[in-house]
Design a protein around this ligand. Structure first.
Ligand code: GUN
Ligand code: ZN
Length: 445
């Protein structure tokens, strides 16, 4: 066992209504193995109360620092690290002119491996310890990311990008070399082989990954849905309702479905553990479909602001009641830093001209990028599943050590914070990778 003395930030179990942060000015976090040998939180609370109980456990002291749960990035693209900051007149030209050309390079296992190691180092440097990540349509890119995550003992979920139409030929999934299976069938077989190779190994999980409906045929969508039914504990990830041109295109290609979102449901791709990026241009029937299927939205504010896609409607989501969490969506998104993403979410929530504007509380923003995002993934402590994104007893012990004195302005502003909300908001508005002094992955696998 190990213990850590610092100020502590974590969250009360979710009551279904509001995220409630807990804070201990002088706290002790005790970490040790559970029955399966995983390093989990054994105790958390006031140092004065816990220190005598755990007197035999070594202590690392971080004076003036705050320990908080590792961040959970609900949607990010590892092959798009180099795409950050590529300007375009909206999503579809951005995909065609910058994203697809870069993703072609992941045909090379060497290119994939160096990109994976940079990507994971960058996540950890920014305090992200769990991520649901897109790879490319090359199995080598999936292997490279899983291998690096396994080396770093990180909780990583990814999968083969399914695209069998409407993308450059060298990015489309291919028929099997012997010609027995067409591209749609072969892509599903490749996905299944990757599930068997990686899903549930150490801290790795597989996500069935149709890129978005416009780049899949009906046959591929159906194959992905059938696979999802056969593997109920793997994840599903895709994009939906990000941009009006994209929506018009999807409606043209799948006219029988009630809406763009409903297309996914019609092919069996909406259920718990299904995470859809963006979810901006929804009506209440779409929101109810999210709620009723247990799917979750990956809200991607810096991407939506950068590409000019629109504003996620928080009031609408809460009125109908579906799950969501925060995501960087690098490289449409402009930063790996959860602080930048939380600030972007505040801007998006505040926007009140195209929807109801509201002021998201700092506790809610932080929760959406930690315990809330974990809950959206089914990793919030649900029966039988691991728990991440929080530091309640039993949670996997991934955490960050924050230095609120990291910059002169942070030091000045956090020193005058008179309550927890002011302290959290100062870090959200002024923070970046400099605030993350250390990221600790406690697992001993
Ligand atoms: N829709 C389909 N592919 C993508 C992608 O790579 N990024 C974003 N933001 N939206 C998408
Ligand atoms: Zn995306």
């Amino acid at each position: 066992m190990n213990s850590y003395r610092a100020s502590l930030l974590w969250f009360a179990p979710f009551d279904g209504v509001a995220a409630q942060a807990l804070y201990e000015q002088d706290g002790l976090l005790v970490v040790g193995p559970d029955a399966q040998g995983r390093q989990v939180v054994q105790a958390i609370g006031a140092w004065a109360t816990l220190a005598p109980v755990y007197a035999h456990v070594p202590v690392t002291h971080f004076p003036g620092r705050i320990i908080a749960p590792g961040f959970v990035d609900l949607h990010v693209h590892f092959p798009q690290t180099n795409v950050i900051g590529s300007p375009a007149s909206g999503l579809l030209p951005w995909l065609e002119n910058y994203t697809f050309p870069e993703e072609k390079r992941f045909e090379s296992p060497e290119y994939s491996a160096q990109a994976a190691s940079f990507f994971i180092a960058e996540l950890l440097r920014n305090g992200v310890t769990t991520a649901l990540t897109f790879a490319t349509s090359h199995a080598q890119s999936v292997d490279a990311l899983f291998a690096e995550a396994q080396t770093q003992k990180m909780r990583m979920i990814t999968g083969l990008c399914l695209m069998d139409r409407h993308a450059p030929a060298d990015l489309l999934n291919r028929a099997s070399p012997d010609g027995k299976f067409d591209a749609a069938e072969h892509s599903v077989l490749e996905s299944e082989a990757l599930i068997n190779k990686w899903h549930g190994i150490d801290r790795l999980g597989y996500a069935i990954t149709p890129r978005f409906a416009p780049t899949s045929t009906d046959a591929q969508m159906q194959g992905a849905g059938d696979l999802a039914a056969r593997y109920p504990d793997v994840w599903i990830q895709s994009h939906v309702a990000e941009n009006k041109d994209e929506i018009a295109w999807a409606r043209q290609l799948f006219p029988k479905s009630r809406s763009y979102l409903a297309t996914y449901a019609d092919f069996g791709l909406m259920r718990e553990r299904a995470v859809y990026a963006h979810c901006i241009h929804f009506d209440d029937d779409d929101r109810a479909l999210m709620r009723d299927t247990g799917a979750a939205a990956a809200v991607s504010p810096t991407s939506n602001l950068f590409l000019g896609s629109g504003f996620f409607d928080y009031a609408g989501a809460d009125r109908v009641g579906f799950q969501y969490g925060l995501a960087s969506d690098v490289g449409g998104g402009t930063s790996f830093s959860p602080f930048h993403t939380m600030l972007g979410a505040y801007y998006v929530g505040r926007e009140g001209q195209t929807k109801q504007g509201l002021s998201l509380s700092p506790q809610a923003l932080w929760w959406q990028h930690t315990a809330g995002a974990a809950r959206a993934l089914g990793l919030g402590g649900q029966a039988g599943a691991a728990a991440v994104g929080n530091l309640l007893p039993g949670c996997e012990a991934d955490f960050v050590v924050l230095n609120p004195q990291a910059t002169p302005l942070l030091a000045r502003k956090t020193a005058i914070a008179s309550n927890l909300d002011e302290l959290l908001f100062a870090m959200i508005v002024l923070g970046d990778d400099r605030l993350i002094e250390k990221t600790v992955i406690s697992q001993a696998i």
